[in-house]
Design a protein around this ligand. Structure first.
Ligand code: GRF
Length: 195
């Protein structure tokens, strides 16, 4: 049986993409293959990471971004999509084409600090403003509600008294996101491969 063909959608630095590539290199993604990286931002450093790893890349920008993404996914026979710092909301029409086949990583423990407007450092700023002592990361399926799909995996991270949004973001990435995303991607790839 062939491995589940995965596309990773990115917009920025791509440290989560890197975690997936590194996991694949270590043999920790046995049921999936990162076949394609799509960016909606020509300057995303994630594109450079993909090229270095020998993964095909595509740029899909507005206007008509979604249509271009769908065409590219179909041309590459993609079966599963990982949103890894992809800074655009996908339409209901798009997500309904891939039910329980799109996953996203969000840097908080959903249902806290999530939904529209909660992205990047804003998520961590909101956690600090509220004064919670524990935050973390969540991998979830993507549906038409921002950060609203079924939860696949979560990992908690402690907040320190002297944290800034930047230090907290870094700790959530190191302790949660970069571990959780490859594990969840493997689990979903396995389920799809066996289905
Ligand atoms: C991460 O914090 C991720 O949780 C969020 O966007 C950020 C992307 O970072 N969805 P990177 O591009 O993977 O470094």
């Amino acid at each position: 049986m062939t491995k589940t063909r995965i596309a990773v959608l990115v917009s920025g630095g791509g440290t989560n993409l890197q975690a997936l590539i590194d996991a694949q290199d270590r043999g920790e993604l046995p049921d999936g293959e990162i076949a394609l990286v799509i960016s909606n931002n020509p300057d995303a450093y994630a594109l450079e990471r993909a090229r270095r790893a020998g993964i095909e890349t595509a740029l899909c920008v507005k206007p008509g971004m979604e249509g271009k993404i769908i065409e590219t996914l179909q041309a590459h026979r993609i079966e599963m999509i990982v949103l890894a710092g992809f800074m655009a909301i996908l339409s209901k029409n798009f997500v309904s084409r891939y039910p329980e086949r799109i996953i996203n990583i969000h840097p908080s423990l959903i249902p806290s600090f999530c939904g529209e407007g909660f992205y990047g450092l804003r998520v961590h700023q909101a956690a600090l403003d509220y004064g919670v002592k524990v935050t973390g990361a969540t991998v979830h399926y993507v549906n038409e509600i921002p950060d609203g799909g079924r939860i696949i995996a979560q990992k908690a991270v402690e907040i320190r008294d002297d944290d800034t949004p930047e230090t907290l973001q870094r700790r959530v990435m190191e302790q949660a996101e970069w571990k959780l995303l490859p594990m969840a991607a493997q689990a979903v790839a396995k389920r799809i491969r066996e289905s």
